[in-house]
Design a protein around this ligand. Structure first.
Ligand code: PLP
Length: 511
């Protein structure tokens, strides 16, 4: 397979890094042999039809009776269930690119509870959105059409892209509403295998494995891979799901100060006594918009015989010359061994996560990783949407070209000419914006109450932003996290800055 040969051909960052990878392969291949030898190997049959009492299986002609699924009432492919799914996709989009409390809550079939109603009537409780991503995508007059959304992780505006929605509808109609099963029982369809191959191809890695979310990918990786003989070295500001995943494993745990390479080196020296060493970091940190110094991390890893794991949730699809992520942006694609990322942000925004990396490791995760083994397969509509989002990115078709046309910065060819505009205008007005040139632009306010009140008043002015405070960020570091999408226009940015200035003055955050 070409991916495999590219991987092997390019992997020469240094003898120790290479030997850490060779050591990993040796250990994992031994584990796999043990599983095969014990007769506990779980292979996946590939279903080529909808879930149901009678299915089609790859390589076998004719229909097969299915006695495996948790499809107790036969509703997994019921026409009315599928139709309701199609309607929701068409009305509410492919995904929210957000968690519930930020801008990921919708109400179905309650047209009076739309943002306009909320804006006019009630702003202090649950905020509901319906057409915001679409509004931004179409670049229409967002004030007349609704509220400008600066909260979503909808980095490329694909959450409601018509081709992404259409692909979701098609997958729903062809492959049904759901699998009523985990992957290894009877929950693997051809579209899951295709999406895994596409993800591996996109990242130029050997193989990939899908999870219900990236939270699950992070929860499932460390425990499956690392033993008490090993060590994991983690940036102190890593995402909660990495922290939880590391808690679940029995390896020795080292926490290094945020982005502090001297501290990482000290911890790597201490960790020399362990068998495997795995450095774990976010590529782009979600609360501060800063970027891990992957070149330095990889060269320390090479020097001290460690492997590198990167969570690319806030990078996949838009960082680096072709949107492959932080490792591409910083020129270390051949030195990062394991990547976890999400389908729930730039890649269509529905849900789903994955690990991509060396083929034996992915095989081990299929055998051992608990969120993979014990949770339902990704629904076909979600798979269809993500698959189309990746096609759009890889084909470099009209949407990507139109986004590229707006870009000034060489490093971010597919996005975000508006990021420097927002940052410079806000700083000129007197605000402090944390981070670097990432589309995450945290407006630092310090006070939790101030950030919530300002966010509420921003909504009155037609701008949807959210205040972040403890425990999501450290005490005393409250902020409003603004997220720029590639489909925001310069007018949208200017309107957002104007609202910030007015609301900031009102609350004494600006003179
Ligand atoms: N990792 C990081 C850095 C994230 O920001 C998030 C989501 O907020 C996750 C993991 C979890 O991703 P998912 O929503 O796919 O579970």
């Amino acid at each position: 397979m070409w991916v495999s040969s590219v991987w092997r051909a390019t992997l020469s960052p240094g003898r120790r890094a290479h030997s850490a990878l060779a050591q990993l392969r040796g250990i994992v291949e031994g584990e796999l042999e043990g599983i095969r030898g014990a007769g506990t190997w779980k292979s996946e049959r590939v279903i080529t039809s909808r879930q149901g009492p009678c299915i089609h299986v790859d390589g076998i002609s004719g229909g097969i009776l299915n006695f495996c699924a948790n499809n107790y009432l036969g509703l997994s492919s019921h026409p009315e269930v599928i139709q309701a799914g199609v309607q929701a996709l068409e009305e509410f989009g492919a995904g929210l690119s957000s968690t519930r409390f930020i801008c990921g809550t919708q109400i179905m079939s309650c047209p009076f509870l739309r943002p306009q109603f909320l804006w006019a009537n009630c702003i202090n409780f649950l905020r509901l959105i319906t057409e915001i991503s679409e509004t931004a995508l179409q670049g229409c007059d967002s004030w007349a059409a609704g509220i400008l959304n600066f909260c979503a992780n909808n980095y490329l505006g694909l959450s409601s892209h018509p081709e992404v929605i259409q692909a979701g509808v098609q997958a729903l109609e062809e492959f049904g509403a759901g699998l009523s099963s985990t992957r290894f029982i009877c929950g693997t369809q051809s579209i899951h295998k295709n999406l895994e191959a596409k993800i591996a191809h996109f990242h130029q890695r050997e193989d990939a494995i899908l999870y219900p979310s990236c939270f699950d990918a992070n929860a499932g990786l460390f425990e499956a891979l690392l033993t008490p003989e090993d060590a994991v070295l983690s940036d102190e500001l890593n995402h909660a799901s990495i922290i939880d995943g590391i808690r679940l494993c029995k390896a020795h745990k080292y926490r290094y100060s945020h982005l502090d390479m001297a501290d990482l080196e000290a911890k790597l020296k201490e960790a020399q006594k362990h068998r495997l060493r795995l450095v774990a970091t976010d590529g782009a940190f979600s609360m501060d918009g800063d970027i891990a110094p992957l070149q330095e991390i990889c060269s320390l890893a090479a020097r001290y015989g460690a492997l590198v794991f990167v969570d690319e949730c806030h990078a996949t699809g838009f960082l680096g010359p072709t949107g492959r992520g932080t490792d591409e942006l910083l020129g270390v694609m051949d030195q990062v061994t394991i990547i976890n990322s999400t389908l729930g942000k730039a890649l269509g925004g529905a849900s789903g996560g994955y690990t991509t990396g060396p083929e034996p490791l992915i095989s081990l995760l299929r055998q051992r990783s608990r969120p993979y083994l014990f949770s339902n397969s990704l629904p076909p509509a979600v798979v269809g949407c993500a698959s189309k989002a990746l096609d759009l990115l890889m084909e470099n078709n009209a949407i990507i070209q139109s986004i590229a046309a707006k870009t000034r910065r060489l490093q971010l060819p597919v996005t975000f000419s508006c990021v420097p505009r927002f940052r410079s205008k806000m700083e000129a007005a007197g605000f402090t914006i944390s981070g670097v040139d990432h589309p995450i632009c945290p407006v630092m306010l310090g006070d939790a109450r101030l950030s919530s009140q300002m966010a509420d008043d921003m909504l009155k002015k037609g701008i949807f932003v959210i205040g972040f405070n403890y425990p999501v960020v450290p005490k005393g570091k409250a902020r409003i996290r603004v997220q720029i999408s590639a489909v925001h226009s310069e007018e949208d940015i200017d309107r957002c800055v104007e609202a910030f200035v007015e609301v900031g003055r009102l609350h004494g955050a600006l003179p």
